[in-house]
Write a protein that binds this ligand. Sequence first.
Ligand code: G6P
Ligand code: ZN
Length: 564
Amino acid sequence: MGVQVQKVGTKSFAGQKPGTSGLRKRVPEFQQEHYTENFVQAVLDGGLGSKKKGSTLVVGGDGRFLCKEAVNAIIQISAANGLSRLVVGQDGFLSTPAVSSLIRNLKVDGGIILTASHNPGGPKGDFGIKFNCDNGGPAPDHITDAIYKITTEISSYSICRDVVVDTGVIGHYEFDIEGSGKFVVDVIDSVEDYVELMKSIFDFPAIREYIKSGSGGSELRVLIDSMHGATGPYVSTIFNDLLGCNGSDLLRTVPKPDFGGCHPDPNLTYAKDLVDRLKVGEVDMGAAFDGDGDRNMILGKNAFFVCPSDSLAVIANHIQCIPYFKNRNVVGFARSMPTAAAVDLVAKKKGLQAYETPTGWKYFGNLMDDGRIALCGEESFGTGSIHIREKDGIWALLAWLQILSVQKKSVETIVREHWAEYGRNVFTRYDYENVESGGANLLMTFLEASVNASKGKELSANGVTYKVALTDNFEYTDPVDGSIAKKQGLRVIFEDGSRLVFRLSGTGSAGATIRLYVDSYVSPDDKTKLNASAQDLLRPLVLIALDLCKMEQFTGRKAPTVIT
Ligand code: G6P
Ligand code: ZN
């Protein structure tokens, strides 16, 4: 007789709607009885549909608090639902890019990622569950909608409490399940597959050589901050063992359930320690990655900040430096709408297509699967390519190092030369985190009307005037399957091409985060502006935006939480 399947009665929980990137809530919310089980059941039913019985999934997470418990629940619920196999990272640990790579390499039916990405972790922090499809990418809207619908109607879930796997030990575990037969759990090395993928994309010997002597004949020092997130073990293997970086230059590489108390988001505010160390000027380059390893921040010597919109454009411009692309037909690039359009200018010059999608990596999936783009990126520190279907922090750093190894120039020189050639799409983002939801929603409602009313008007601040050419709430029609995503951000576009974009974040777990994005183009001929500070250049537009949305009145906030 096989292991018994137990059917457990439950009631639905409100609010299990996946956001920009899966379901994210505070840990105590997930700890409520049946809460996680309900959602996992809905993920299996909504994510796999009629393929559920007999299917295989990859499972892993960024090591944050609750990951192990959630992995066990997924194992037991999958067993009871007739799945045939799970491939689980050792200790339930896998970075988000590693999960995407495994799904593709093993050609399985999808994966479940346990992470709240860049949100803090620990018992009072955030947790999250995300479903990825068989292409390795985050589930598109019609699937997350199906999952959500199931969570609102659920009355029971199935579980095999006697299926117990020690995920700490690599191995092959088999169970005989009542009614469905064999169920397998393969616990695998968390790092190996991803490292092999990176070795197949980049010229590691060339990068190693450059690190050894690329800084005027002496070692190129790269300071890498894993922020106690998922990249640590991958960073140690790749940058220390294989590429010869100093072990002491690899920071916070031990994953911790609470990220050591830090906010694992690689930006100028939360990765400030790295920025400060770079400012001393002894190190040639810096990089930081987020909790689950898909975001990246790149810094040059003296903490020269590479704006993510520029990072994408620079990699696109030098794509032929990366061996993986040498024998591939590169036909286009994509960026999310709030991302500044620097990459569009590269596409134009090279005669390639440029796509503009809503915020969320899932919107790049169809473009990649359909062979329309080779690279894509977002202002939110996301950069990636068709090697997987998630953004990829370590890949982005390796791409930069490969470019440096060919160009033999510093990060700053490469960026400044880029501006001198294409002009500069100056960008800034203001985040107002943890705003009271009522106020944030009111602000957006009021703002939609003011945005519409501003069409054709002149708006001024600090003695500078901009004329509004176009306003809308961004809508996207997917060119591959024709699906439509509405209300993806309020836009004010001025006659000179400068833009204001307002949207509510879809990745928070409590309260609301209002994002204000501002960008403006500086032509290569305008030598003074080309190298001025982004904050100075964009100040009048920021003031116009803050006045238009009445930020302080609605939120009580005088200043943003984070400025990028
Ligand atoms: C995650 C997603 C990205 C998205 C970012 C910000 O990292 O994978 O695709 O750009 O969150 O989303 P948000 O809705 O918080 O602005
Ligand atoms: Zn992330």
